[in-house]
Design a binder for this molecule. Structure first.
Ligand code: SF4
Length: 734
């Protein structure tokens, strides 16, 4: 590259919780980050970042960033803080935690961490080893893909599935519960390549998303009934002799049991009744899917977000075995390539530190754990990092009640004073991606992507890795684990000897920015043409052999801790069961709250990240409530009118968007808006229940009934309650 002396470029990697894990280029001038662009060389990124990252350089210089450690000086939740030193912050944390451990035991302390950063060393696993050593309650982190992970492991094992790049060679593509153009943007050009060669694209989604509108066929089942749609398809495939008998005989397990169940219990007419999809459409879709060889299914995260989410993924994944989709390049199912990345999980998370019998608290139930713990054991301290539960977790009002507890010591490491950070007793300043070294794995493709530290971290901000080095020191942990550099962590966390890393070194990643795992050629790869499923039977398991001990959460989502699993009985065959809340399962509740609400991800925000940026607020627009025109007419609601949406758990407001983008009985309101920036101080997750889905303790964000009524609150604009700038002395949050 020909760059003037004071200008430099560094290779970077997007840190967001997004399957695309883009390779980036940082432009730095006189030590300042001036531009962030997509790496043109990277086969997935292809030079373009999404709209969420459009102003990523400016994000680093947002004047509201937390730059120094701070201590709360006003009331809980009042958002008043004063600057303190790192030494003072660490000493206070040590003192409070030591007292809590002496009086209540170490399980009274708990981390709350998720994918606010997705990196190998600063992301989902950072802090696991520290808290396991401390003896804290183990946090079960099951917000996205835990339900699909359990279902996937029970059906095909820890396989990376069909390569997302191989979709260019697929002949029939089903995007099931995923709005690819918004949440997996860089997969879309690959899908288009297949389409240009004649592939058909089908989208299954109750909402007419941008992706659904661009598809060849859009099928709209009632929320939470995807398993019934897949079981109805199976009925057609089996009844009409469309099964790949040879593949089923050699490479699947439990076909006779599946066949009996499907033919006895899931007639096409019954499935049409459950799903609301006409029987003839189910038949045509099943025939096309079964007979167009080279079929690929992309499983969306949305699928798992209801009572029956796990079984829906088992049913949909089973379709691929019935028709032998895995025989062909571009054929099969894609859940998460993450399973192929050779990470030394036990070394990273150190589950060996966890004492047998240590309790587990699921993060979707944090409100309950803080206010009315089922096991009677109190939580006395919560440390939140890489997460914003006041926006993203269910039962927001319960969480707020918990965080307001005077006896709860809350430590929060953050970039900004989020709705959660407001409740901190000690606030710690965290780094952004251009300010730290990192290696990204991906849950959307098969590339490791390296991120150079491009600029100095501002103020006294530190990477999460350094935060835990400091905490380990102040807690007097002994051993080398707690002093390693970030570079050394990257070197220790990856199994470089794996055959998948052949020819890939740390130095190569630093030099070139990314490398594809050695998993085979995009155009010819067929990982399960000959079976070889990593299950106990070596086959795709229609009848799972992995549910004898009941429901479980995949170890990476729980610090690799294998004890104290949820253990509820599991139906070993795919099946349909109604949502917890629906006109069918709870007709009395449905009289009061007649609408099923779904809360998809936003186009402009990444979960709750960037929702405090004015540019992103303008791109995303205000909170919209999408409803069907028939429902709106019945309620006397007009396009553009402000509406209240609520149930017994909470209420938020948004502007009605009336039309046919959702089916009658359904409303859609995207998530990510900060409650504190809204007129009512609430956002969509205040109506979400903390019940878990039937596999993997997945949340049930799309399994809630609400009522809708006119709000008579016109002229509300986003950002009307904007957060004032952070100063180095005091932060006051209204
Ligand atoms: S959020 Fe996703 S699509 Fe956007 S730049 Fe990051 S990795 Fe790429």
């Amino acid at each position: 590259m020909n760059i003037p002396a004071k200008k430099k470029q560094f290779l970077g990697a997007c840190p967001q919780d997004c399957p695309d894990t883009c390779a980036m280029v940082y432009d730095v001038e006189d030590g300042k980050l001036t531009k962030v662009t997509g790496n043109k060389e990277h086969p997935i990124t292809r030079g373009g970042l999404c709209v969420k990252l459009k102003d990523f350089a400016d994000h680093h210089y947002n004047p509201d960033r937390i730059l120094y450690p701070m201590r709360r000086v006003g009331e809980k939740g009042g958002g008043q803080f004063e600057r303190i030193t790192w030494d003072e912050a660490l000493a206070e944390i040590r003192s409070r935690w030591t007292d809590i451990i002496d009086e209540f035991g170490s399980e009274a302390i708990m981390p709350y961490n998720y994918l606010g950063h997705e990196g190998t060393i600063n992301g989902l696993f950072v802090g696991d080893a520290f808290f396991n050593k401390l003896g804290s309650t183990v946090a079960e982190k099951t917000f996205c893909a835990s339900g699909s992970s359990t279902a996937w492991l029970m059906t095909v094992g820890p396989s990376g599935g069909v390569d997302p790049e191989s979709f260019a060679h697929s002949k029939y593509i089903v995007l099931w519960g995923v709005n690819t153009m918004t949440t997996n943007l860089h997969h879309w050009p690959i899908i288009q390549e297949a389409r240009e060669k004649g592939a058909k694209v089908v989208v299954i989604d109750p909402v007419s998303t941008r992706t659904a509108k661009a598809a060849d066929l859009h099928i709209r089942p009632r929320p939470g009934t995807d398993a019934a749609l897949a079981l109805g398809m199976m009925n057609v495939i089996i009844s009409e002799g469309l099964v790949d008998d040879e593949y089923v005989a050699e490479h699947t397990h439990g076909y006779d049991e599946l066949k009996a169940r499907v033919l006895d219990e899931y007639s096409v007419d019954r499935c049409a009744g459950i799903t609301g999809v006409p029987a003839e459409i189910i038949r045509e879709f099943a025939r096309e899917y079964a007979t167009t060889k080279g079929q690929a299914i992309r499983l969306g995260v949305a699928l798992e977000r209801n009572h029956n989410g796990g079984q829906a993924i088992r049913a949909i994944t089973s379709l691929s075995g019935l028709v032998g989709a895995w025989r062909y390049p571009g054929g099969g199912v894609l859940e998460m390539p993450l399973w192929e990345f050779p990470l030394n999980y036990d070394h990273i998370c150190r589950p060996d530190y966890i004492k047998p019998g240590t309790r587990v608290v699921n993060l979707t139930r944090i409100g309950e754990a803080l206010t009315e713990p089922k096991d009677g054991k109190p939580l006395k301290s919560l440390m939140v990092y890489n997460a914003n539960p006041m926006s993203q977790a269910p039962e927001q009002n319960k969480i707020r009640e918990g965080l307001m507890r005077e006896d709860l010591f809350v430590v929060c490491s953050e970039l900004f004073i989020t709705d959660t950070a407001k409740y901190a007793d000690i606030l710690l300043p965290a780094c952004m991606q251009a300010e730290q070294e990192e290696l990204m794995f991906s849950w959307g493709h098969f590339y490791f992507t390296y991120n150079h530290k491009a600029i100095e971290a501002p103020g006294e901000t530190v990477p999460n890795t350094e935060l835990f080095r400091r905490l380990a020191k102040v807690m007097e942990f002994e051993g080398d684990d707690w002093q390693r550099s970030d570079t050394q962590m990257i070197k220790d966390y990856v199994n470089w000897d794996s055959h998948l890393m052949e020819g890939i070194t740390y130095d190569l990643l630093r030099e070139e920015g990314y490398a594809r795992l050695k998993i085979g050629d995009v155009a010819t790869r067929t990982p399960h043409a000959e079976g070889n499923f990593p299950t106990p039977t070596g086959k795709l398991e229609f009848l799972t052999t992995q549910a004898d001990d009941g429901n479980f959460v995949a170890p990476p989502w729980r610090s690799m801790y294998t004890e104290m699993q949820p253990g509820e009985a599991v139906d070993k065959l795919p099946s349909h069961s109604e949502p917890y809340e629906s006109t069918v399962s709870t007709p009395e509740l449905a009289k009061k709250y007649p609408f099923s609400i779904i809360s998809p991800k936003s186009h402009g925000f990444l979960n709750s990240q960037f929702a405090n940026e004015t540019t992103q607020q303008l791109r995303q627009g205000e909170q919209v409530v999408i409803m069907n025109e028939d429902d709106a007419r019945n309620l006397g609601i007009e396009e553009g009118q402000m509406v209240r949406v609520g149930n017994d758990r909470g209420e938020f407001v948004g502007r009605a968007k009336v039309g046919t983008d959702v089916i009658p009985g359904v409303i859609s309101a995207s998530l990510g808006y900060w409650p504190g920036l809204s007129l009512t101080g609430t956002a969509v997750n205040c109506v979400s229940s903390d019940r878990n889905a039937n596999l993997g303790m997945a949340p049930t964000y799309s399994d809630n009934l609400v009522g809708v009524s006119p709000a008579n609150l016109d002229n509300i604009s986003p950002g009307s309650d904007a957060i004032p700038a952070t100063t180095d002395k005091t932060v006051v949050r209204a």
